[in-house]
Design a protein around this ligand. Structure first.
Ligand code: HEC
Length: 140
């Protein structure tokens, strides 16, 4: 499963300590939830955890819901020294919103039940590229 290199963010330590702005914290928490769901899916895809179709379904549903919250959480132009949000988000909010929609749509397109570990890999990649595209552009 060479494509899983895309998921390299998963074990990353997150530096939230000292973030005081509640709006910044809220959007970071939202992203962290996305990270948690993707980590669950990637450990299953890699066989580090038993495959469970029901858990996969729930994770994808939560990703879709969380993706729908991204524009809401990022709309306030809140700043914090620890934030990794690129200021261009608020110059190009329309495009940023489009990137969030791409994730939401990718999750929505996976509504057919995923019944095997083999089928999980491509699904994960489909989701993961949308995370990466937005991070490449809007996360420092
Ligand atoms: C629409 C753009 C966008 C999409 C889509 C997106 N992210 Fe993010 N993500 C960001 C931005 C911007 C930040 C930096 C936020 C900050 O530090 O204020 C971030 C930060 C993060 C963080 C670090 C949060 C923290 O605690 O500091 C994680 C983890 C993360 N994203 C995971 C994901 C995963 C997993 C996906 C896909 C399932 C995803 N993101 C999709 C824009 C996006």
């Amino acid at each position: 499963m060479t494509t899983l290199f895309l998921l390299g963010w998963a074990p990353m330590a997150l530096a939230h300590g000292g973030v005081e702005d509640p709006q910044v914290l809220a959007r970071m928490e939202g992203m962290k939830r996305l990270g948690t769901e993707m980590k669950l899916l990637s450990t299953m895809a890699k066989g580090e955890r038993d495959f469970e179709a029901e858990k996969v379904r729930r994770a994808i549903t939560r990703i879709e819901e969380e993706a729908g919250q991204i524009p809401v959480l990022f709309e306030p132009e809140a700043q914090d020294p620890k934030s990794e949000a690129h200021p261009s988000i608020w110059d190009e909010f329309h495009d940023f919103r489009g990137q969030a929609q791409a994730l939401e749509e990718a999750a929505n397109s996976l509504s057919e039940p995923i019944e095997s570990r083999q089928a999980l890999g491509p699904a994960l990649v489909k989701l993961g590229v949308t995370c990466k595209e937005c991070h490449d552009e809007y996360r420092e």
